[in-house]
Design a protein around this ligand. Structure first.
Ligand code: ZN
Length: 160
């Protein structure tokens, strides 16, 4: 495994749309492992492939304290959104900053895991926020375009 360089705001790759993963190849397993290592190293709760310069629909998320139960979503499709939450959000591609974003409070997603098995995951609260943030990355959308008011200096480690 290896740490990858996290692309930051201003890098045009962050605004491009990602392609579907059609087949799990060894180098994609390596990418997923590297993304997890890079996310944990940066103390983030989520990371999308374009943030490490790869335009593929892959995200990793871990909102748990222990950091041992990561979620890998390949080709995620949001099936359902409901409710509303307004709170602080950050992004590893916008280091040291945070902003207030309103998101759905519940999300249901269909995706493939690292073995390319299709599954469905539901999330609420922080998990729902992280999933929506990461899926946005795959469409080239950064949270800074959804911030209510100004970006502020981050006070907590919830970067995605
Ligand atoms: Zn992000």
């Amino acid at each position: 495994m290896a740490l990858r360089t996290i692309r930051t705001l201003g890098d045009e790759i962050l605004e491009k749309k990602c392609r579907d993963v059609t087949e799990m190849k060894p180098r994609l397993h390596e990418l997923i492992n590297d993304m997890l290592e890079t996310m944990y190293d940066a103390q983030g709760v989520g990371l999308a492939a374009p943030q490490v310069g790869v335009l593929k629909k892959i995200v990793v998320i871990d909102v748990t304290e222990e950091g041992d139960d990561p979620l890998v979503l390949i080709n995620p499709e949001i099936l359902e959104l409901s409710g509303e939450q307004t709170g602080q959000e950050g992004c590893l591609s916008v280091p040291g900053k945070a902003g207030i974003v309103t998101r759905a409070d519940y999300v249901k997603v269909q995706a493939f895991d690292a073995a390319m098995y299709e599954f469905i995951v539901e999330g609420e609260g922080l998990l729902a926020r992280a999933i929506q943030h990461e899926v946005d990355h795959l469409s080239g959308i950064l949270y800074v375009t959804k911030v209510e008011g100004e970006l502020i200096t981050a006070t907590q480690e919830t970067e995605e």
